[in-house]
Design a protein around this ligand. Structure first.
Ligand code: SF4
Ligand code: FES
Length: 341
């Protein structure tokens, strides 16, 4: 089947969603996703961040879809034409969804451990508005202790349900679900029951915001001060392939390896994540590549860089002739009384 997104065409298998097709093309046209997670069955369809415009339904039925659709749960049709980044309607809708997600989200970024690798922070950076229109009180929950490893901040939760799916798909007993509805909706009760499991730490990795963070790493460092390395160890519970986040020679945290869409490649067990913080526990493979959008991705030298053209007066960019000579030609005699120009 052929599908065209923002003018770029690709052949996909039947059953491929628009979001998956967009990721196959890659680049700016890929819609943001806060709840879809390719490694978790049944994820997606909750946050509405991934809205796109279907300008042509298919070759068989070329009518456009009247409403924007969630690309993570909408299948491609042969001949379908989709507008993502190129559509003003889509951009406006993403701004509105971001505004909704931020209605109840606290402005915790300066003190939140997720800052620097938070999907909501990145989404707000790209689609957020600088002002809030929300004058009501934000929804708050009583703090709940869910054990020694995971810190829960339900106030920050955007109810994407990824952690619920981790509990559902990686643990033995299904003891979870979204409790209550509307403003009162929360998942806290369910999480506390599903936390005693060897794979529960993966909830931290899938949480797109700072609602679930690693207690063993809490407030140790900002993520951008850590150096992430791919590392592996022999583990009888999981693949043993992880990313270790180092500060000097100290491993401050261990996470799953995440791809450019912030999704872990393979889930890891709690032993690897929480108990193996000694450098001798791991075989360090080398620096890892960073994910697409995040503070820690700035200055990433593995990305292709584009030449920047700055429109300004020529001499501002080039500097004074004598300064350039002094910098580039060490033999050039330094003038102790330079002429002013
Ligand atoms: S705690 Fe995190 S992963 Fe779980 S529903 Fe809330 S935002 Fe999603
Ligand atoms: S990623 Fe599609 S609805 Fe959330």
């Amino acid at each position: 089947m052929k599908v065209t997104i923002d003018g770029q065409s690709i052949e996909v298998e039947p059953g491929t969603t628009i979001l998956q097709a967009a990721r196959m093309i890659g680049g700016e046209l890929v819609p943001p996703a806060m709840c879809y997670y390719s490694k978790l069955k049944g994820s997606g369809g909750k946050c509405r961040c991934c809205l796109v415009e279907v300008a042509k339904g298919s070759d068989a039925d070329p009518r456009p879809m009247p409403k924007l659709v969630a690309s993570c749960v909408t299948g491609c049709m042969d001949g379908m034409e989709v507008n993502s980044k190129s559509s003003e309607r889509v951009e406006e809708a993403r701004k509105s969804v971001t505004e909704f997600l931020l209605i109840n989200h606290p402005l915790d970024c300066p003190v939140c451990d997720q800052a620097g690798e938070c999907d909501l922070q990145n989404l707000s950076f790209e689609h957020g508005k600088s002002k809030t229109r929300f004058i009501e009180e934000k929804r708050t929950f009583e703090p709940e202790d869910i054990g020694p490893y995971i810190q829960l901040h339900m106030n920050r939760c955007i109810l994407c349900q990824r952690c619920v799916q981790v509990a559902d798909q990686l643990t033995d007993n299904r003891v979870h679900g979204v409790m209550d509805r509307g403003d009162h909706a929360n998942i806290s009760t369910c999480i506390s029951k599903a936390i005693d499991n060897e794979f529960s730490g993966n909830m931290i990795d899938v949480c797109p915001v700072g609602a679930l963070t690693d207690k063993t790493f809490r407030f140790k460092s900002r993520v951008w001060f850590n150096k992430p390395y791919n590392a592996h160890r022999d583990c009888d519970k999981c693949c043993g392939k992880a990313t270790v986040w180092m500060f000097g020679n100290e491993i401050q945290r261990v996470t799953g390896r995440k791809d450019e869409y912030h999704e872990v490649e393979e889930f890891i067990c709690n032993t690897c994540r929480f108990d193996k913080k000694d450098v001798n526990d791991w075989v360090i493979e080398g620096p890892r590549k960073f994910e697409k959008d995040s503070v820690i991705n700035q200055n990433n030298y593995t990305r292709k860089t584009e030449q920047v053209v700055i429109e300004t007066e020529e001499h501002i960019l080039l500097g004074r002739e004598e300064d350039r000579k002094k910098i580039s030609m060490p033999d050039f005699p330094l003038d102790s009384n330079p002429k002013k120009i």
